[in-house]
Design a binder for this molecule. Sequence first.
Ligand SMILES: NC(=O)c1ccc[n+]([C@@H]2O[C@H](COP(=O)([O-])OP(=O)(O)OC[C@H]3O[C@@H](n4cnc5c(N)ncnc54)[C@H](OP(=O)(O)O)[C@@H]3O)[C@@H](O)[C@H]2O)c1
Length: 267
Amino acid sequence: MPARVLILGGTGEARELARWLHDQPGIDIVSSLAGRVSTPRLPVGQVRLGGFGGTSGLAAYLQSEKIAAVVDATHPFAATISWHAAEATATAGVPLLMLRRPGWTAEPGDRWHRARDPGAAAELVEGLGKRIFLTIGRQGLSAFAHLSEHWFLARCVDPPSPPAPPALMVLLGRGPYTLAGELELMRQHAVDVLVTKDSGGELTKAKLTAARQLGLPVVVVARPPVPEVPRVPTVFAAASWTMTITGNYQWSAVWGGGGSRNSKPTP
Ligand SMILES: NC(=O)c1ccc[n+]([C@@H]2O[C@H](COP(=O)([O-])OP(=O)(O)OC[C@H]3O[C@@H](n4cnc5c(N)ncnc54)[C@H](OP(=O)(O)O)[C@@H]3O)[C@@H](O)[C@H]2O)c1
């Protein structure tokens, strides 16, 4: 019987991990998505949609589906599911690995201001500018709803619902974005402050380069705390862990050695 592995997804890394593992003999992958966005990008292989019903629901799922290992490859700002995964896997006695891309680091020329959460970011932007580009997802907009003297451009995957700032223009999109596109967008709307989550990764990083080139201040919202569980920063490391934990030691060794018929390209 192949070992069943649950990938908690919603990220490019989760899709990439599913792509690496889904055709491996000895492993049976199921990817889980929260079902929040109207048109989710689906990974290859089996997918389940929707919440589990809290920690107890997830623990019950792990047992009923005979899950042998869990990879929490959710977004760095999806903290609730990570805490649930830590507790549920401990309850069910199932190994857990967290796959988290590193956060962004400031480069010379950057004018970054760190904020602990969207509320603190809203306090900061009041003194930094008047035309604010918000790239913190639709859920974060409510923290800026009281700022009636500012104009906002908000980019999110799905339309936001109230409360939201009164002077708000919404741009639907989910990247990846190019430097040329980000420069054009910020110039076109005369943006004078960028607000971003510290999501990390390459797909949405161009906005930071654009802000640097335009000399704009950037408010960077810090990641929420997540449980202390084994953690890796790359898809490669998560795939290796999964192969090892499910007893496929040989492939893991081959991947680590970087080449042979079973090896996968480095992401
Ligand atoms: N937050 C972001 O900025 C962001 C950005 C890009 C992608 N995403 C993705 O969008 C999803 C939702 O994000 P969020 O911030 O709303 O999460 P969250 O606050 O951590 O989770 C809220 C609830 O959504 C359900 N859930 C979350 N991720 C799930 C998954 N992969 N599979 C099944 N159920 C899941 C769980 O419901 P139950 O308690 O009922 O199990 C969880 O308690 C995540 O999977 C994340 O990877 C989030």
